[in-house]
Design a protein around this ligand. Structure first.
Ligand SMILES: [Zn+2]
Length: 482
């Protein structure tokens, strides 16, 4: 049997709506079941409950435009907010002030837009037979937080009472988000009322509560509105944007071993994009160390990486043999500022070659304990070299030392200009970051606490425990739990 306007009114009153209230309505007519007089009856029911002093608002963007907002929009007394991406229609006492100059506001859903004005006036958001996915006011929370994954809109040209305007909006919400998953936040807060009208589930919450709850969640976790489906390309990309932003705020540079990121330049670009890491330490290409590749291959790769927005922090060689001089010349030719190579008895010779080529050298420990490394580095200093030290914590663990409490604190802290972020057990078995004996969390913590301006490189040893994305997530988890 069809439901009537009176029954809808009774349902709205039962939810707590009364004369004078302002409601932003997201709705699906069909969800109610059969309605006598259809959308007209729904609109009339709201207007009757809200009375002459109340206001009914509905979004009228093409995505939101169902038959109920269309009906509201067509009413002769309706006001329309002018906005190419976030418009609403409103009817009632506050309609004009809610709609006024929407297009002039800096953000599409921020201050001086209908969404914030409704919240400021104590208004409600009502979801009638639709879920949180349709809740436009959630964009307000995202925009107020200026979340790093939000992008500017394209430029829109449109008519206003003040003439033709061309404008774009910054921090505009993009593709997929998991708004549905946020419903439990509002339910859990006790501030959302849930009722039934006809067949429809109807949710009602004060807009200011909604924004406050969503903002608090976003302050805690900027990915709060994103889904965690690893195959959702949208949310994978948006999470990368959040990470890229976070890393850009750090005193140090986060870089990925090219070898960990992929075999080809295309793969490296793609995987760094997914991980949100913009800097690359070029160690291997196609399974071969850069020190044995032709100069033209390396130059082309550096050029391509740069073209794709990836900075190359260093060329790195696992061993250099007789090729050290060529490697330094190659770095200079490619405009790569540093070469990372093993610390050995030939370090002085290598440091001198680096100086001649005009690039910086940084030596990493392999097969050395910390007294041995410290002796070699002190000798370099006494020779006037400013070469840096790449602290390979996992290698010190393999040498049987406690990398942070022993190697770093006692001997090596003054030389470090790079941390190789890898983990391993004392017996040498590679481990996911934070699961081994390399004290990587302690190393990351002490360096970031002291304003370290060098590189933290997600090293190729991580390949044995997962992908670059796995490593960067664990790295982030370590940062989160400090
Ligand atoms: Zn998603």
């Amino acid at each position: 049997m069809a439901i009537t306007q009176q029954e809808i009114e009774a349902g709205l009153r039962e939810l707590g709506l009364k004369e004078g209230d302002i409601v932003l309505l997201h709705s699906s007519l069909s969800s109610l079941g059969e309605v006598e007089r259809g959308a007209e009856a729904v609109v009339d029911a709201f207007l009757s409950v809200l009375g002459a002093s109340g206001t009914l608002v509905a979004p009228t963007t093409s995505r939101a435009l169902g038959v109920i907002p269309e009906t509201l929009k067509q009413r002769p007394a309706a006001c329309h907010s002018i906005h190419p991406r976030a418009s609403v229609a409103a009817l009632g006492a506050a309609a004009e002030e809610i709609c006024r100059d929407h297009w002039k506001a800096e953000l599409a859903h921020g201050p001086d837009t209908p969404y914030v004005r409704i919240a400021e006036r104590g208004g409600y958001v009502c979801l009638m037979g639709v879920d949180q996915d349709r809740n436009t006011t959630l964009h307000t929370a995202e925009e107020l937080l200026r979340l790093p994954y939000l992008k500017p809109t394209v430029e829109h040209t449109f008519d206003t009472p003040e003439g033709r305007v061309t404008k774009s909006w910054p921090f505009f919400p993009g593709p997929h988000r998991n708004f549905i998953g946020l419903d439990r936040l509002f339910r859990g807060s006790g501030r959302m009322r849930i009722g039934h009208i006809g067949n429809a589930v109807v949710r009602l919450i004060r807009s200011s509560d909604l924004i406050e709850i969503a903002k608090a969640a976003g302050e805690k976790d900027p990915a709060f509105a994103l889904c965690d489906n690893p195959n959702c390309g949208d949310c994978v990309r948006q999470r990368a944007d959040i990470r890229r932003h976070r890393f850009s705020q750090a005193s140090f540079t986060v870089a990925a071993s090219a070898c960990l990121a992929g075999r080809t330049v295309d793969e490296i670009v793609e995987q760094c994009g997914v991980a949100g890491v913009d800097a690359v330490e070029l160690d291997d290409l196609g399974g071969k160390p850069v020190s044995v590749l032709g100069a033209d291959v390396v130059l082309r790769a550096v050029e391509r990486l740069r073209g794709e927005g990836r900075r190359v922090t260093a060329l790195r060689a696992p061993a250099v043999g007789q090729k050290a001089e060529a490697l330094f010349r190659l770095a200079r030719e490619a405009n790569v500022p540093r070469v990372v190579l093993p610390l050995s008895g030939r370090a002085s010779e290598h440091a001198a070659l680096a100086g001649e080529a005009g690039v910086a050298a940084s030596f990493f420990n392999v097969g050395l304990d910390s007294p041995g490394a410290s002796d070699l580095l002190l000798r370099l200093r006494s020779e006037g070299s400013s070469a840096g030290f790449t602290f390979h914590a996992a290698h010190f663990a393999r040498a049987g030392e406690m990398p942070f409490l022993g190697s770093y604190k006692q001997k090596l802290r003054r030389f470090v200009d790079q941390l190789d972020v890898e983990d391993a057990l004392y017996d040498g078995t590679p481990q996911p970051l934070g699961h081994g004996n390399a004290e990587v969390k302690e190393m990351i913590s002490i360096l970031s606490a002291s304003g370290f301006s060098g590189c933290m490189v997600l090293g190729q040893g991580n390949r044995l425990t997962g992908t670059l994305l796995d490593a960067v997530r664990r790295f982030e988890h370590l940062l989160d739990t400090m």
